[in-house]
Design a binder for this molecule. Structure first.
Ligand code: ZN
Ligand code: ZN
Ligand code: ZN
Length: 776
C-alpha cells in the first residue's frame, strides 16, 4: 500500500496500523532536474512519488511531497523547488512580477535570495528528519553551488540547535538521544547523477573518481570534518556516487513504449514499489540504494570517524523512529524552521552588488559635485547627472544596480535642490534669471544688458533684459526720456485706463469661442447688450491685463500704453539730401539713414476749387488735374520704417525684403510705395552678426504742408494666428501738418493669455500710412 501526502499535512499517516510501533526509514530526494522532466528528479524511484500532483498546485517556491511504502516501512520525501527547471519556468512570470512589485526592478537575482533561502530552510528540515538524502544532479559533474547551501544550512542549524532540541522535548515518547542530537541521526548523503558522459569505458572508475573529488571538496570546505559536528555524513566504506547510464528519459516516449509493451500478451509487468519497471541493466540504482537501506535497517550509520558529530568514544546516535513520533517531530520542526527570512550567507550576488554599488556611489556623487558653482541651471544639473550616472554604470554591478542608480539620482537632485537651484525664470527675450532661486518679491535678473533707443530716436542707452511687459514697453522709455528731449516733445497719447476708484483691478477674462469677454462686467456706464461695433465708455474700475488688441474685450483699456507717438518738430528737420543726422539719430548703419519719398494722390471730395493748392504741395507737386470730375492733387510724404537691433544698430528698409541703401552722393532711388503698400516684417536680419535680428521699432513720417491729414494706423501681428496688436481702437491717428512724427512700437507683445516670442513671421500689417483730404 502506498500513502501519499504533502508536508506538513501528515494526519492521515497516523491512521495507519503500525504508526505506533513500526520502525521507519526516511529517504529524501533533493536537487535539480533538467528541463522537460516535469520536475522529475529520478526516473528510477521517481515513479513512486506523486510528483505529478504539484504541477497543478500553487507552488510557493518549495514543496515536500511524500509517500509511505507500508510494506517496506520506507518513507520517501521529495523536495520540489525552483531549482527544478520546469517549475522555475512555470513560476517565472510570478517571480518577474515580484521583482517589479517588491524590488522595483527587473533583475531576477533580487528575488533569487528569497528562492535560495527558502530552499535552504527546506534542506535544513530534511537534514533533521531523514536518514538518507539523495542529492540528484541532472548532469555528470558535482554542482559546487551546493557548497554555499550546505554552509548556510550548517550555520543555521547550529544557530537553531537549542530551539530545535527544546521543541523536540514536547514530542511524546521521543528518545533523549534524539533530543540531545536534535535529530534521529546524522543523515547520509548520497549523490545521484542523471547523466553519463559520452565514451566512458569504465563507469565504476569514474564514480570512484567523483567520490574522491566530492569528498575532497566537502573536506576542504569544512562541510564534513574530522574534528567537529557535520551537517551530514558520507559513508566511509560504501559507494555514495551513482552515475546513471540511461539517457535522460523522454516521458512521453516512455509512456507510449510502456503502453505498447503492456498491450502484448503477457506483457503486463508488475510494478514493484518503490521501484519502477524500467529496463534493468547490470547497473541498477535499486541495488545501489539497497545497500544503504539495509545498513540503515540493521546496523544504522556510523560515519563518524570522518565526519560525525560525536567523534568521541561512543558511536553516533542512529534511530529508526515510529511513524507517530516522526510525524509529531516533523509538525513541530516545520513551523519552527519555515520562516520567511532571508539567509544572508546565501545572498552572495546581492551582497557583492551592494558592496560594489556602495563603493561607486560616493565616487559618482563626487563627480557630480566636482567644480560646481554656488547655484546652477537645470540643464547643468542634468548634464552633470548623466556624467555621474555614466560613471556609476561603468563601475557598479549586479542586481541592486538600479536601486542604487536611482538613489544616486535622488541624491544629486537633492543636492541641487538644497539651495543650489538657479531661478531660471525666462525674461521677455527668453534668457534665464541668473539668481539663485528666490521669492517672488525679489526681481529677476538675467544679466543681459542691451542697447536700446528712446522714443524719439535721439538717445541710446542700456536696457536691462526685461521681465515684464511694463518694464519693456513703458518703464524703460520713461526712464530714458529723462535724459533726452522726448519728455518735453509734443505727443499724441493713446487712451489708457483712468481709474475712478482706488481699488481698481485687472479684469478677469474668460476665453469664449471666438473672442474674449469680460466676466465681471458691472460697470454702470457700459451700454447693455453692446456689440463691438458700438462705442461704449471704457471701464474705470477694471483695466485690461494685457496689451490692447483687436480682440480685446470692448470697454477695457491697459494701465499704460506700450506705444508712443512724438513729434520731433517741424518737417524741415528732415533733409532728403543729408538724411538723418548721426547727432539726432545715432546708430544708423551707413547709407540707410534716409526716409522714403512717397507721392500720394489725394482726391478732393468737395467741388471746391483749390487755387492755392500749389502753395501747400511743398515737395513734388504735380499740380491739379481738372480733367476728372473730382479735383485731385499729389502730395509728398516722407516715411521710414526703422529697425533696431539689441546692439543699438539701426537701419531702414526700402521694401519688405531689402535694406534701404542710398548710392554715393546721397541719392535714394527707392520710393515709399512698397513700404506703404506691403506688410512689413517685424524682424529683419541685422548685419552685425549672423542669426541676429533687428526689430521694427519706429515709423517715421514727415507730413506735408498741404491741406491733408496724414494718418497712422499701426497693426502688428507678432505671430501667425496671434491677435492683432494696436495702439488704439479709436481708428487712425491724425498727425499734424508739416511736422516730423515718430511712432515707437512696443518692444514685446503680450496678449491676455500668451506672450509672443521673437517669431520671424511676425509682421506690421499694410495700410499703416494714410493720407486723406483735410476738411478745411
Ligand atoms: Zn529670478
Ligand atoms: Zn528721445
Ligand atoms: Zn546689429
Amino acid at each position: 500500500m502506498k500513502y501519499t501526502f504533502t508536508l506538513p499535512n501528515l494526519e492521515k499517516l497516523l491512521n495507519l496500523q503500525d504508526a505506533y510501533n513500526g520502525r521507519i526509514l526516511i529517504i529524501s530526494l533533493i536537487g535539480k532536474s533538467a528541463y522537460n522532466l516535469s520536475g522529475f528528479k529520478m526516473a528510477s524511484i521517481g515513479h513512486t512519488l506523486p510528483v505529478e500532483a504539484h504541477r497543478d498546485r500553487e507552488l510557493s517556491e518549495c514543496l515536500i511531497d511524500g509517500s509511505y511504502d507500508e510494506e517496506n516501512q520506507i518513507l520517501y520525501l521529495y523536495l520540489s523547488s525552483l531549482l527544478d527547471t520546469d517549475i522555475l519556468i512555470k513560476e517565472y512570470k510570478h517571480l518577474a512580477e515580484r521583482c517589479e512589485v517588491e524590488r522595483n526592478c527587473d533583475d531576477f537575482l533580487t528575488v533569487f535570495d528569497d528562492v535560495k533561502s527558502s530552499f535552504a530552510r527546506y534542506l535544513l528540515l530534511l537534514m533533521h528528519i531523514s536518514h538518507i538524502i539523495i542529492l540528484v544532479h541532472p548532469c555528470s559533474t558535482f554542482d559546487t553551488n551546493y557548497i554555499q547551501y550546505f554552509k548556510a544550512v550548517d550555520i543555521l542549524s547550529q544557530k537553531m540547535f537549542d530551539k530545535i532540541s527544546e521543541s523536540l522535548k514536547t514530542v511524546n515518547n521521543i528518545s533523549s538521544d534524539w533530543i540531545n542530537n536534535g535529530r534521529p541521526c546524522t543523515p547520509r548523503l548520497i549523490f545521484y547523477f542523471e547523466h553519463c558522459p559520452r565514451n566512458i569505458n569504465n563507469l565504476k572508475k569514474l564514480e570512484h573518481n567523483l567520490e574522491d573529488k566530492i569528498y575532497h571538496i566537502l573536506k576542504k570546505t569544512r562541510i564534513i570534518s574530522t574534528t567537529g559536528c557535520s551537517l551530514f555524513a558520507i559513508p566511509l566504506n560504501d559507494e555514495f556516487v551513482y552515475i546513471s547510464e540511461g539517457e535522460p528519459s523522454d516521458k512521453l516516449f516512455d509512456a507510449v513504449k510502456g503502453f505498447l509493451l503492456d498491450c502484448q500478451p503477457g506483457g503486463v509487468t508488475q510494478i514493484e514499489a518503490p521501484y519502477s519497471n524500467g529496463p534493468k541493466s547490470e547497473k541498477n540504482f535499486q541495488r545501489f540504494l539497497e545497500v544503504h537501506i539495509q545498513q540503515a535497517k540493521h546496523k544504522g550509520f556510523d560515519d563518524t570517524v570522518n565526519s560525525g558529530r560525536h567523534q568521541h568514544s561512543h558511536p553516533s546516535h542512529f534511530e529508526l523512529p515510529s511513524l507517530k513520533v516522526w510525524v509529531e517531530v516533523v509538525q513541530n520542526l516545520y513551523d519552527l524552521i519555515m520562516q520567511n527570512k532571508i539567509l544572508t550567507p546565501l545572498c552572495t550576488d546581492t551582497r557583492f552588488s551592494e558592496q560594489r554599488c556602495l563603493k561607486v556611489l560616493p565616487l559618482a556623487l563626487a563627480r557630480y559635485q566636482e567644480g560646481l558653482p554656488s547655484h546652477y541651471a537645470k540643464s547643468e544639473h542634468e548634464a552633470r547627472l548623466s556624467i555621474a550616472l555614466a560613471l556609476f554604470r561603468a563601475q557598479a554591478r549586479g542586481p541592486v544596480f538600479y536601486q542604487y542608480a536611482s538613489q544616486l539620482e535622488r541624491e544629486c537632485q537633492g543636492y541641487w535642490e538644497n539651495g543650489r537651484q538657479q531661478c531660471e525664470t525666462a525674461s521677455m527675450t527668453g534668457n534665464p534669471c541668473k539668481l539663485p532661486k528666490h521669492s517672488s518679491d525679489q526681481e529677476h535678473i538675467s544679466g543681459f544688458i542691451y542697447k536700446a533707443v528712446c522714443d524719439c530716436g535721439r538717445k541710446v542707452g542700456p536696457r536691462e533684459d526685461p521681465y515684464t511687459a511694463k518694464q519693456a514697453n513703458y518703464l524703460f522709455y520713461q526712464q530714458i526720456s529723462k535724459e533726452c528731449q522726448c519728455g518735453k516733445l509734443e505727443r499724441i497719447s493713446f487712451p489708457i485706463f483712468q481709474p475712478s476708484i482706488q481699488e481698481y483691478k485687472a479684469a478677469t477674462l474668460n476665453e469664449t469661442e471666438d473672442s474674449l469677454s469680460v466676466l465681471s462686467d458691472k460697470s454702470g456706464d457700459l451700454i447693455p447688450d453692446v456689440g463691438r461695433s458700438l462705442i461704449r465708455q471704457p471701464s474705470t474700475t477694471e483695466y485690461l491685463p494685457g496689451m490692447l488688441t483687436l480682440s480685446s474685450p470692448p470697454g477695457l483699456l491697459p494701465v499704460y500704453s506700450s506705444w508712443s507717438l512724438v513729434c520731433l518738430g517741424a518737417s524741415s528737420l528732415y533733409s532728403h539730401n543729408l538724411g538723418l543726422s548721426e547727432s539726432h539719430h545715432p546708430g544708423f548703419l551707413s547709407s540707410t539713414n534716409y526716409l522714403l519719398p512717397w507721392d500720394v494722390t489725394v482726391y478732393s471730395k468737395s467741388k471746391q476749387n483749390w487755387p492755392n493748392v500749389s502753395k501747400y504741395t511743398v515737395r513734388g507737386r504735380r499740380g491739379v488735374h481738372s480733367t476728372g470730375t473730382l479735383p485731385q492733387f499729389t502730395v509728398k510724404v516722407f516715411i521710414g520704417v526703422e529697425y533696431e537691433c539689441s546692439s543699438g544698430h539701426r537701419f531702414m528698409l526700402a521694401s519688405p525684403d531689402r535694406v534701404l541703401k542710398a548710392t554715393p552722393g546721397s541719392i535714394v532711388k527707392d520710393t515709399g510705395h512698397k513700404v506703404a503698400e506691403s506688410d512689413m516684417p517685424l524682424y529683419y536680419p541685422c548685419v552685425c552678426r549672423a542669426g541676429k535680428f533687428a526689430q521694427l521699432m519706429r515709423l517715421h513720417v514727415v507730413t506735408p504742408k498741404a491741406p491733408v491729414h496724414c494718418t497712422l494706423s499701426p497693426k502688428v501681428q507678432p505671430a501667425p494666428g496671434a491677435p492683432i496688436f494696436v495702439s488704439t481702437l479709436n481708428g487712425p491717428i491724425q498727425l499734424t501738418r508739416s511736422a516730423y512724427w515718430i511712432l515707437r512700437l512696443p518692444y514685446v507683445y503680450v496678449g491676455d493669455k500668451e506672450y509672443y516670442n521673437q517669431n520671424l513671421s511676425g509682421k506690421l500689417l499694410q495700410g499703416v500710412f494714410g493720407v486723406t483730404e483735410s476738411d478745411q
